[in-house]
Design a protein around this ligand. Structure first.
Ligand code: GLU
Ligand code: MG
Length: 661
């Protein structure tokens, strides 16, 4: 989660004063990067995945599980492990005279927002080869083993998106008193966040800019015995330590919603992210646009977040909770007060679905763009004057409507155009579901695109499957020049839809009916084999935009509609694989992963959210009252560990992926 620069961070009112300064320097740095790198060509499609973990700690005697706050110790142990250092990433193997592959290069571990979190990436990027795809799962398993090896006996790296009872008393080890000066939360201590100065400053300045604590309210799931209307019983209305303690007396709590009040409730969630390096800027821009409409679909397919603060929620994914947990908008920007001091109304949080498209693609119709997109027109003009085209300038001028949140005094002395710190300040605190990443100055990296919506899955098999699927659909997109454009506002609506309980099986999403371009392409048949028939529908862009898309189930989007309807993302991937002469063995292995996606989409296999709900609702200690107590939590986390380890081979939790070999 961003670069960990050090220095003296400015507290909010001071940071606010230099916001314009930071923004204009950020734009100059962006222009410098863009000028240098716009012609950069790189090898086709390197990619990488990021897996985020929670570190849990079992207290067997008390039948209790807590979050372990030993992130720093674990990372230090990993960083000083001689054997791992020896296997360091990207080191050429002197003996063989070649660069080693990821089966021998140690993965890299990174800190994350929560002091109970870890992030791990492969030691070097994955390449273009299909065989590389088969290394992903073993590598993810290796990462988990290494992580576990550097933990205490009672600790375990678990890939649940959220810790079920985060924010209840005694949920961390060690334990700290709540209501610290940074978060001012009545549920979690300041020590819940990574102590690196960036993180507490981020949390404190978001709160200060907003003028009150963040308000992470998520609807509670109403079960048979849930009192209705439901008032979050864990809220304390009698605290008077901080001015922010008034929030709950001023309407921050809503009936029938679980109430949370700190950044940790969002950014303490784990996800699976994929980053691609494109051949060049054009390819990167195309990938950014074409993967964008897939975001909500993949969010729904990976849904894994049905519990918050010890209660069953009525939603299945983490997205909106993170969005609210970092929402720094003022009452004026939110439209609660007339605009006086702020510049504009802002319809979305800094963490939200993509706001615009950026590809100079003739198929991108003006109608797909959001007519009410808020941009900083002065900064856009500066980018245009600097030679950037309108679409890309609009994208960045939109990201730059935000204030920088963490500003270090030392960085304001002089503008260094060989760096990207001011640009990254804004870029890395705009958490949209895709991120378009210019090459870092001075590096040999190319233009990159990050796919960010997916929830972390319980097993490495599933995490590998979703990574592989995204890689293959991206290659199919580029190979067939597929067109998934729909109006960007429909993508935002889909993101909301993805929150609905069991959206995979119950909801419909806006999706483009015909993904083929004017060029005749091999259209895959239902059986997945390519048949070189030209597309029967008229090419875009003519006719009303509304005719181009319709509401589809996730099953239709992934597996295809009957007849001449949407061919389905999996059949498109199959067709691509057929065209690529993949050897039989690799093809068989890949089929196992694609099968998971296929069956998740058609409802044969459950999402983790569905499985967790079922686990809770059938637990003997569950009172059908939405409460997920300590015993249930312990058994659930243990069960998740078992699932991670056995992946259904022991017959347990086979609802999620069958009985694996
Ligand atoms: N953990 C965050 C999420 O679940 C993302 C943090 C990051 O960008 O690394 O979306
Ligand atoms: Mg991360």
């Amino acid at each position: 989660m961003g670069l960990l620069a050090i220095g003296t961070p400015l507290e909010w009112p001071e940071a606010k004063k230099v916001a314009s300064h930071v923004r204009s320097w950020g734009i100059e740095q962006l222009l410098a990067i863009w000028r240098n790198a716009k012609g950069k060509e790189r090898d086709a499609l390197l990619w990488g995945d990021e897996v985020e973990y929670l570190v849990v700690c079992y207290d067997e005697k008390k039948h209790k599980v807590r979050l372990s706050l030993r992130q720093a110790d674990i990372l230090a142990a990993l960083a000083t492990d001689e054997k791992l250092l020896h296997q360091g990433g990207g080191i050429a193997d002197a003996q063989a005279g070649t660069v080693r592959g990821n089966e021998t290069i140690a993965p890299v571990f990174h800190p994350e927002f929560g002091r109970f979190m870890l992030e791990a990436t492969p030691g070097k990027p994955w390449g273009i080869g299909f065989k590389d795809l088969l290394d992903v799962e073993p590598n993810m398993k290796w990462r988990r083993t290494i992580a576990k090896d550097h933990m205490e006996k009672e600790e375990y790296p678990i890939t649940l998106t959220t810790f079920p009872r985060l924010g209840t008393p005694d949920c961390t080890t060690p334990s700290y008193p709540v209501s610290g000066p940074k978060l001012r939360s009545q549920f979690v201590p300041d020590e819940i966040a990574n102590p690196h100065i960036r993180f507490p400053t981020l949390a404190a300045n978001i709160r200060a800019r907003r003028g009150r604590k963040v308000q992470v309210n998520v609807p509670v799931f109403r079960d048979e015995n849930t009192p209705w209307p439901w008032r979050d019983p864990s809220v304390n209305y009698d605290l008077h330590q901080w001015p922010e303690d008034d929030d709950v007396r001023n309407g921050a709590v809503t009936d029938n919603y679980i109430h949370m009040d700190a950044m940790a409730f969002g950014m303490g969630s784990c996800c699976l992210q994929i980053t691609f390096q494109a051949k060049n800027i054009e390819e990167g821009r195309k990938m950014y646009d074409q993967l964008s409409p897939l975001g909500p679909i993949l969010l729904a397919l990976t849904a894994a977040t049905p519990i918050y603060k010890g209660f069953l929620a009525d939603t299945d994914v983490r997205w909106n909770q993170i969005s609210r947990a970092v929402d720094d908008r003022t009452p004026e920007e939110l439209g609660e007060k007339p605009l006086k001091n702020d510049r504009w109304r802002l319809p979305k949080s800094r963490y939200a679905s993509n706001s615009t498209y950026i590809s100079q693609d003739p198929r991108l119709r003006r109608e797909y763009l959001d007519p009410s997109l808020v941009i900083d027109t002065d900064l856009k003009q500066r980018l245009l004057d600097g030679g950037m085209d309108d679409l890309l300038a609009t994208h960045f001028a939109h990201l730059f409507i935000r204030d920088p949140i963490v500003v270090f005094a030392e960085d304001l002395q002089e503008l260094d155009l060989s760096k990207a710190d001011h640009f990254e300040n804004l870029q890395s605190t705009n958490w949209q579901h895709m991120r378009f990443k210019p090459p870092p100055p001075g590096s040999d990296m190319g233009w990159r695109v990050e796919f960010r919506p997916m929830e972390i899955q319980i097993t490495d098999f599933e995490n590998a499957a979703f990574s592989i699927f995204i890689v293959l659909i991206t290659r199919a997109i580029l190979s067939y020049d597929l067109n998934f454009y729909i109006p960007i506002t429909k993508v935002a609506e889909n993101m909301e839809t993805a929150h609905v309980r069991d959206a995979v099986s119950t909801q419909k999403f806006y999706f483009r009916k015909n993904p083929f371009s004017e060029r005749p392409v091999s259209r895959p048949s239902a059986s997945g084999t390519a048949s070189p028939v030209a597309n029967s529908r008229p090419p875009t862009p003519v006719g009303p935009v509304e005719d181009e898309f319709e509401l589809m189930t996730v099953n239709e989007i992934i597996n295809g509609q009957a007849g001449s309807g949407f061919p389905g993302l999996i059949p498109l991937v199959e067709s691509y694989l057929n065209s690529m002469n993949v050897d039989v063995e690799t093809r068989c292995e890949l089929a196992r992963y694609l099968d998971l996606i296929r069956k998740r989409a058609d409802g044969t296999f459950w999402t983790a959210a569905k499985w967790i709900r079922h686990f809770v609702q059938t637990h003997e200690k569950y009172g059908k009252d939405s409460v997920v107590g300590e015993d249930i939590e312990y058994d659930l986390v243990k069960a998740a560990e078992r699932v991670t380890e056995f992946e259904g081979r022991d017959g347990f939790a086979a609802e999620m992926f069958g009985r694996r070999r």
